[in-house]
Design a protein around this ligand. Structure first.
Ligand code: HEM
Length: 245
């Protein structure tokens, strides 16, 4: 282990997480009107209707998988009687499904931005940086799951990456655990850290404003500003008191 390893696996995570937290505070205090998805649904909705649910459904599945794979220690699942083999099959099934959904959704969303002139023109420089980093995170994650764990010789990330990841939050990071991790997983984790650092300055802030209250709030009722005139009171109607021409 050398100084570069310490920078990559200790300094970078803390810098990224500090920028993540303080960046959100700054954004909330200075730009609440910009705290939105900046949706382009009005410009194009056909591709979006398919790409957005595929992408978000896949990501939800991947987030669930990350929560179990990275946050739950291997000893706990073993204590619950989940064998390594069973864990591997479930993680691989869910992971591959998540990867297929996320990648197909992302390809549709990216193609829509490139092909549709109106959507392309609303794409800011920051959006482009975000799409690039997000694509890298997803490509390396999928490379690890599909390339290494499905088609390759497999890799037990719960012994290394997961322990390193949890150590960051206990303020006891162990960079040595990441040194011999396969490159594709190293690049996945590093690009994810860059994404966390960028997050508060992009449209990704909309993630914290999911309108879940829509599920139980009362219906919105639209009413005419002026009370509607009854049929007999409309101008020109028989008996409205006015003379016809
Ligand atoms: C430092 C943070 C992260 C770490 C340590 C990490 C680690 C991993 C690992 C170990 C896998 C392989 C899982 C398996 O084969 O079962 C994986 C896959 C994946 N990751 Fe991450 N990841 C991180 C952040 C992210 C983020 C922020 C995203 C999305 C924006 C993401 C998206 C994916 C996807 C799409 C896959 C493939 C599907 C899956 O297996 O769930 N990851 N990641």
């Amino acid at each position: 282990m050398n100084a570069v390893d310490v920078v990559l696996w200790v300094v970078l995570p803390y810098v990224a997480l500090t920028v993540f937290v303080l960046g959100h505070v700054w954004r909330w205090r200075t730009d609440q009107f910009g705290w939105t998805t900046h949706t382009t649904q009005l410009l194009e909705s056909r591709w979006l209707r398919l790409g957005a649910p595929l992408f978000h459904l896949g990501l939800l599945l991947a987030i669930g998988g990350h929560a179990i794979g990275l946050l739950v220690p291997k000893a706990w699942t073993e204590a619950l009687g989940v064998s390594e083999h069973t864990y591997h099959i479930v993680a691989l099934g869910g992971g591959v499904l998540a990867a297929v959904l996320v990648v197909s959704g992302l390809v549709l969303l990216l193609a829509r931005r490139l092909v549709n002139g109106r959507v392309r023109r609303t794409t800011t420089r920051m959006d482009k940086v975000l799409y690039l980093v997000l694509s890298a995170v997803i490509a390396f994650g999928t490379g690890g799951t599909v390339g290494r764990n499905l088609l390759g010789c497999g890799y037990d990330y719960r012994e290394t990456i997961a322990v390193w990841f949890r150590g960051i939050f206990w303020f006891h990071p162990e960079p040595r655990l990441m040194v011999d991790v396969p490159l594709v997983f190293q690049l996945h984790a590093l690009s994810a850290l860059v994404l966390f650092g960028l997050w508060p300055f992009t449209r990704l802030v909309h993630v914290w404003s999911v309108p879940v209250a829509y599920l139980w709030r009362p219906y919105v009722l639209y009413r005419h500003r002026r009370p509607r005139l009854s049929a007999s009171a409309r101008p020109g109607a028989v008996g409205d008191g006015r003379r016809g021409a």
